[in-house]
Design a protein around this ligand. Structure first.
Ligand SMILES: NC(=O)c1ccc[n+]([C@@H]2O[C@H](COP(=O)([O-])OP(=O)(O)OC[C@H]3O[C@@H](n4cnc5c(N)ncnc54)[C@H](O)[C@@H]3O)[C@@H](O)[C@H]2O)c1
Length: 249
């Protein structure tokens, strides 16, 4: 680790599991003071047990007022944040023909809704040098059969990054997104092991392996840091070439 987040104060959501947990740990190793946020208090305790110094805040981000409460907790525990990684989210595997209004509301809320409200708090607090990194998905960039509400919500998160980059760039705030491909986490492990993605994803891209949370956490750390000081409004795929190639092995 290079200490590229030294002196920063970061909020990382989704930090009780998978990509969010690894990102909170990498941010701490890179020198940031980190508030790890998730609705899963036990999972947050497991993240802390990995040995990095982290402050934690357990809250369901779908609750009204939750985003404001997260920023207040950060200010109280660590000081005002300058870096926000919005990683909490949940995938859905339904095509539009099987998606009820409730499915649509759920996946829009769990992905776009909580990210939108965290960003609204963030732009009110962040100043020059501030950085927001949100979580889109490879499926938002390419489309994939059978995941309409989730994919549409993640595409909106890429749009939000572009929009907020335009709105807040003159204030020195950068806003980007990371689009993970297939990453082994508790959300995907069972389906990966069952071979669900073998044909469509793993064998059909140049880097023929499943990604790791560390692959994605490293991208979050890069985009959050001053190493990415001239990068804003982008969605960075971290997908082994899934979104960028048509590969025939
Ligand atoms: N794993 C993949 O292949 C993959 C691919 C593309 C995008 N993503 C995205 O990456 C992010 C992390 O995914 P993951 O695979 O690590 O999943 P995960 O299920 O392992 O972790 C998600 C975390 O978010 C938390 N969370 C969900 N809703 C919340 C809420 N309302 N309030 C507070 N916390 C909440 C969960 O408790 C959990 O700890 C998600 O946004 C997901 O959509 C994952």
């Amino acid at each position: 680790m290079t200490g590229r987040l030294a002196g920063r104060t970061a909020i990382v959501t989704g930090a009780a599991s998978g990509i969010g947990r690894e990102t909170a740990l990498v941010f701490a190793r890179e020198g940031a003071a980190v508030l790890a946020v998730d609705r899963d208090a036990d999972g947050l305790a497991e993240t802390v047990a990995q040995g990095e110094e982290l402050a934690v805040f357990a809250i369901d981000l779908t609750e009204r007022g939750a985003a404001a409460a997260v920023f207040a907790a950060c200010a109280a525990e660590l000081g005002p944040p300058d870096t926000v990684a919005n990683i909490a989210g949940a995938a859905g595997d339904r095509g539009i023909e099987h998606s009820t209004d409730e499915d649509l509301d759920r996946y829009v809320e769990l992905n776009l809704g909580i990210t939108f409200r965290m960003c609204r708090e963030a732009v009110a607090v962040l100043g020059e040098g501030g950085s927001i990194v949100n979580t889109s998905s490879a499926v938002a960039l390419t489309g994939m059969r059978g995941t309409a509400p989730y994919s549409a919500a993640k595409a909106a998160i890429s749009g939000l990054a572009r929009q907020l980059a335009a709105d807040h760039g003159r204030r020195g705030i950068r806003v980007n997104a990371v689009a993970p491909g297939l990453i082994r986490t508790p959300a995907t492990a069972e389906r990966i092991d069952a071979g669900v993605f073998d044909e469509t994803v793993t064998r059909s891209r140049p880097l023929a392996r499943v990604g790791t949370p560390r692959d994605v956490a490293n991208a979050f750390a890069f985009l959050a840091s001053d190493d990415a000081a001239f990068i804003t409004g982008v969605t960075l795929p971290v997908c082994g070439g899934w979104t960028t190639t048509r590969f025939r092995g």
